[in-house]
Design a protein around this ligand. Structure first.
Ligand code: EPU
Length: 427
């Protein structure tokens, strides 16, 4: 297993280009199952998770080719409708094949994902949504078996909480259902909008893009898609926060600043300068050697569905607040166990107390944040440790970096080009 070694304390400078969004690529890849033919997706990041999704599609009988960021997928010869445990356990987003398989074949068998490092993460909303569309689901030997007697029929579906993959799954099942489906309290994340655009390009009739009420008028048939994955807002946010922590000046290109409204507000409040253009951010911050000199202001955050502060940036923002000049309260409302990074940050000298769903972060001066051997526990926790390592003095060694590779394309290379002393070594 590989690990990452960082010698911290260097400011980041230069330009970094953002990759396509993992959480948009996965549903768009799954949506190719909806109709036979060659589909073309551009700007697909080459990540462990996107490779896993290609394996899931292969298992179902699809074939694919990749050339740079463009992936072509042919779903003409489907041979099965089952996503096995071996794949779903490594990536729970594999459940996204349920909706399109139901739409196309009226049948799907997908392993139930089980819990994960950040919380229980049930899929009851997905299943309830399918049930409203006329699908019967049964659970046997850890697999969800979903079957529709006839063509799915439109219905009104209300989500208790906005669910990103729940909205995407039900949306994909509904596009070829008979009649109209209304999804109320739908997730409004930009990744859902990316999927809506792809589906419309395939011939679907959907109203309410970017709103919490999606109206889908079922169509009889669809055509293969050509779509482009949106830039990864979480990767963008991770680099913005990293510069806040290390100091320096970095231009982030190929991104969508409008997709990060809450983060940019919080960075401004923390004293980090963020300038935005149509497709780029320039973030700058003086390097801080002591607490008295140009302090980083401690600010509170609460994670919320979009456009609120993303839970996928909570761990990274906490690494920044570790260096704040006061106390920051970080309230996590989306996942019940998303503080696994706290114990690792504490090993580096951070002063953090957990109180239920809140973390109380008392800022320490940069000279108290010291490199240490730490362990990555999930994708975003890993990114938080990288940020802390870049800002800390001395050497940080991060093990279990396969988590990082699930969602950040070429992160080590990108950070090296920005002047970080970071490398990947074999354990
Ligand atoms: N929920 C339920 N039942 C369901 C579905 C969701 O109770 O059937 C609850 C969840 O437990 C959670 C809330 O609803 O409390 C929202 O979860 P959501 O369904 O939106 O999460 P998800 O769709 O499983 C996606 C991202 C996550 C991201 C969350 C929240 C993908 C592939 N994954 O997960 O990304 O944290 O939305 O924004 O889109 C990551 O990239 O690191 C990651 C975990």
């Amino acid at each position: 297993m590989d690990k990452i070694i960082i010698h911290g304390g260097r400011p980041l400078t230069g330009t970094v280009e953002v990759s396509g969004a993992k959480n948009a690529a996965l549903p768009l890849m799954a949506a190719t199952l909806l109709t036979p033919g060659w589909h073309t997706l551009h700007n697909v990041p080459d990540l462990r998770d996107t490779r896993t999704m290609l394996r899931v599609l292969e298992t179902l009988g699809a074939v694919w080719q990749r050339q740079g960021g463009t992936v072509r997928i042919d779903t003409s010869g489907l041979t099965g409708a089952e996503a096995p445990y071996e794949l779903v356990k490594t990536m729970r987003a594999s459940v996204l094949v349920l909706g399109p398989l139901l739409g196309r074949c009226g049948y799907a068998r997908v392993s139930l994902p089980g819990g994960c490092a950040i919380g229980a993460r049930p899929i009851n909303y997905h299943l309830r949504g399918f049930g409203s569309l006329g699908v019967t689901t049964t659970l046997a030997r850890g697999y969800v078996e979903a079957r529709a007697g006839s063509r799915l029929r439109g219905a009104t579906i209300y989500f208790d909480k906005p669910s990103v993959t729940g909205t995407e799954n039900v949306l994909m099942a509904a596009v070829t259902a008979e009649g109209t489906t209304v999804i109320k309290n739908a997730a409004r994340e930009p990744e859902v909008g990316n999927l809506v655009d792809m589906l419309i390009g395939m011939g679907a009739e959907i109203e309410g893009r970017d709103s919490d009420r999606l109206v889908v008028h079922g169509v009889d048939s669809l055509v293969p898609a050509e779509a482009t994955i949106i830039p990864d807002r979480i990767e963008t946010g991770t680099y913005l926060i990293a510069v806040g922590a290390t100091g320096g000046r970095v231009t982030i290109t190929g991104c969508m600043p409008s997709h990060l409204p809450s983060l940019t507000e919080k960075l401004h409040a923390a004293g980090v300068t963020v300038e935005q253009e149509d497709n780029a951010f320039t973030v700058s911050c003086p390097q801080r050697s002591g607490r008295s000199e140009c302090p980083l202001v401690s600010v509170d955050i609460t994670t919320l569905p979009y456009p609120g502060f993303p839970t996928d940036l909570q761990a990274q923002f906490m690494a920044l607040m570790v260096l704040g000049n006061g106390v920051s309260i970080i309230h996590e409302t989306i996942f019940e166990n998303r503080f696994m990074h706290v114990a690792e940050l504490q090993r580096m000298g951070a002063d953090i107390t957990i109180d239920g769903a809140s973390a109380i972060v008392r800022g320490v001066s940069r000279d108290r944040l010291c490199g240490a051997p730490v362990m990555a526990t999930d994708l975003r926790a890993s990114a938080s440790l990288v940020i802390a390592g870049l800002a800390a003095s001395g050497e940080t060694e991060i093990s279990r970096i396969y988590h990082l590779e699930r969602g950040y394309e070429k992160m080590v290379e990108k950070l090296r080009r920005l002047g970080a002393d970071i490398r990947r070594v074999r354990e």
